[in-house]
Design a protein around this ligand. Sequence first.
Ligand SMILES: [Zn+2]
Length: 246
Amino acid sequence: MSMTVDRMQIEALVRSAIRQAQSQGAPAAHQASSTSIESPLGWVDGKPNLRVSISARHCHLTDEHVEILFGKGSVLEPDKDLYQDGFFAAKQTVMVVGPRRRMLPSVRVLGPTRPFSQLELAFTDSISLGIKAPVRHSGKIEGTPGCVLVGPAGSVQLDQGVIRAARHVHMNDHDAAHFGVANGDMMQLVVTSNDCSMTFDDVLVRADKAAKLEVHIDTDEGNACNLDAASAVHLQPMPKPCACGH
Ligand SMILES: [Zn+2]
């Protein structure tokens, strides 16, 4: 999508919104649970400890874009640690401007910085912004729409990078062995919730050495099953299609 936003319009939007954007709180981050030395990372009582987290709209930035948006020499300042070690919600937020000057005034930046900038929205966010965000796995941004990001020191036009992040599960090799899955496999997440239980198919396994077992879904998915009030969550490999053809 090609899109230009008049600089005057952006500056007017900045003046009206940046103070509000900066005064808003960070999204909830989960506390790390205690782990013992013998146990694989994130395990509790000798078992994987499944955590399901709602990943609210956020953006990832390059070092270059951090300096453009927040001023020369700026770096991301950690505000809250995320459950995955080394990742954090930054103090900084950006304003996102879409076509026809629709905007999201305060989108949290997650760190550390990345080789490319990317905006991750739920469908509802993308409707508010007037951008058709395709469902993509993180980093697969070829041919996706762009937007304008606005910070206190400047703005950046992204030619691509606006996505709805596809649901996925982070895990380490011990978790993968426990479930009998490998990096790139698909799993099912079963959420038991009063009057709105749901099974999510197509949960991509992202396995590496350092990850802790954690499913990431977006706010629309989390709200649909009232995740905060769920009585149980369960993760299992996707059922194999029946070999008999029925
Ligand atoms: Zn994730």
